[in-house]
Design a protein around this ligand. Sequence first.
Ligand SMILES: C[S@@+](CC[C@H](N)C(=O)[O-])C[C@H]1O[C@@H](n2cnc3c(N)ncnc32)[C@H](O)[C@@H]1O
Length: 299
Amino acid sequence: MTIHEPVLLREVLLYLDPRPGQNFIDCTFGGGGHALALLAKVRPGGQVIGIDLDERAIENFGRKAPGLILVNDNYKNIRKIILDKKDELGRNDKISGVLLDLGLSSDQLGSGDRGFSFQAKEFLDLRFSKVSQPVSASDMLRTASEQELVDIFKNYGEERLARPIAKKIIAHRVVDNHAFDSSTLASLVADIYKKFYKRPSKKHPATKVFQALRIAVNDEYGNIRSGLSNSAELLSSGGRLAVISFHSGEDRIVKNFFRDQAKLGRLKIITKKPIAATEEESTKNSRSRSAKLRVAEKV
Ligand SMILES: C[S@@+](CC[C@H](N)C(=O)[O-])C[C@H]1O[C@@H](n2cnc3c(N)ncnc32)[C@H](O)[C@@H]1O
């Protein structure tokens, strides 16, 4: 199993400023890197609630730590989750900070059977949870209309070749009606790129299409919107909401949410500009290169 290296960890700790006795929620527990660092700072007395939609992330962690409460659920349900955990939190139920570290973890990318990696031949699943999400990316590609595919690739991937890629997928499924796997999709997209661009791009040409499908399959933008507004509701005043995003679509939602809440006088924006990884971190951990951290404080 790949070890997920938490991004912008020093900066998250600096802005959330966890202290002994405080409670924090890590909405995207993953491999637990951020959650455990927060936990070390809030002990004794404080607790960290770690949420992950992926049942495997919770199972893989596989240990108990004093003060760590793990929940397998969608962070959009954060208010209900906290209500359910009221007894475990006890009398000290104030929430001093919430963290969302969006996207997928290195464990998921390297899992070998979920389609997240387009370098390998894996069933094109792309779901964070098979239990709560019935439709895989392969199902989506086999049933969506050309226009639906174009909308997904454009809206969630800002893919300029959305139309020819959608046409290629539809043509492929007429001759081969098997489930899609990751390398087949990657090579269909690469064929289209070769037709339109003479020079190969630095990133794999299928990067945006995979991102778009993952967002659609998991309703990621819907989750982020609900997760942000529910998190802002349950924070104690003075508590902080920190969000790490990895591409412009995610960052735009966070930026607009903070701006709208600041106008209503509910949140104060702490990071006027998003915080990026230092050169040192970018060199060590390539995932951190596109990371942006925004922080706001409950008024
Ligand atoms: C970038 S990883 C988090 C890594 C983590 N911060 C660490 O240090 O290991 C994002 C995690 O969020 C989870 N996730 C994605 N959408 C979610 C949702 N709506 N609710 C809960 N967890 C979600 C994914 O399953 C993944 O494990």
